[in-house]
Design a protein around this ligand. Structure first.
Ligand code: SAM
Length: 234
């Protein structure tokens, strides 16, 4: 097993779809061990309560620290006073913004744990406590608000998993993608050469590899300037 990924959530069924697609294949190949844990298994009252009202008042509910503590210690394989291995990823709209660079970094780890918040989020002490025992990353997948960390975790897991060495059939296809060189990818075409009156740019049919590479580079820069000028700053 190259990477072990744990997900803690109150909606384990969200992750059933990970068995299909490439992630399912990575699991079959033995590159990836992915386990989903139900936070409510650590809540022992009749309603298996994981949330409570916020101190200080305000709308919404806050996830209680105790079920997180019990579950994360168990998943991380470390007692409450011990350091842990790997990275604890906490999706939150107030975190650093996820990027291809962070995906690459996380793909080097042996163990990743995703803690999916719901309601207004998780009691702050959970992050404070685990940050004192190991590496914790607060990560946002963009400047918008989702209902829970499940979809955010799924996006990150997919981006990270395809970078695990041995995952992609053709690793070269990773190198030419958007964001790998700081630019957006150039336009891509396949057969037929003429479709609904639209032609494939002739340079791509020329067989001249140098000219193709130059054209693609130019298109990447042009596209980035048009759609994402922020990527060209500096
Ligand atoms: N009250 C929080 C705030 O204003 O920052 C929002 C909580 S949100 C409704 C519930 C959960 O969804 C969060 O704890 C987090 O796990 C997840 N979430 C929402 N938006 C996200 C985003 N952009 N990136 C990552 N996770 C997000």
């Amino acid at each position: 097993i190259r990477v072990r990924i744990h997900i803690v959530t109150i909606f384990p069924a969200f992750f059933d779809v990970l068995d299909v697609s490439l992630i399912g294949k990575a699991r079959e190949k033995g590159l990836l061990d992915l386990r989903v844990h139900d936070l409510r298994d650590a809540a022992h009252d009749r309603h298996r309560t994981v949330d409570d009202t916020p101190y200080g008042g305000g709308a919404g509910m806050v996830m209680k620290p105790e079920p997180w503590g019990v579950t994360l210690d168990d998943v991380l394989g470390a007692a409450a006073d011990e350091p842990f291995e790997g990275v604890l990823v906490v999706p939150t709209p107030s975190g650093e913004v996820f990027s291809q660079a962070l995906a690459r970094e996380l793909a080097q780890e042996r163990q990743l744990v995703f803690a999916c918040g719901r309601y207004e989020g998780i009691d702050q002490r959970v992050v404070d406590h685990y940050a004192s025992r190991g590496r914790v990353r607060l990560v946002s997948i963009g400047d918008y608000v989702l209902n829970g960390g499940e979809v955010a975790s799924m996006a990150m897991i997919e981006a990270v998993t395809r970078l695990i060495p041995g995952f992609m059939g053709n690793p070269e296809s990773l190198l030419e993608e958007s964001h790998e060189d700081g630019l957006l990818e150039y336009p891509i075409y396949t057969k037929p050469a003429l479709w609904r009156g639209l032609e494939v740019p002739p340079v791509l049919l020329s067989g001249n590899h140098g000219a193709v590479a130059a054209w693609r580079r130019e298109q990447s820069i042009e596209r980035t300037r048009e759609r994402r000028p922020d990527l060209l700053d500096g």
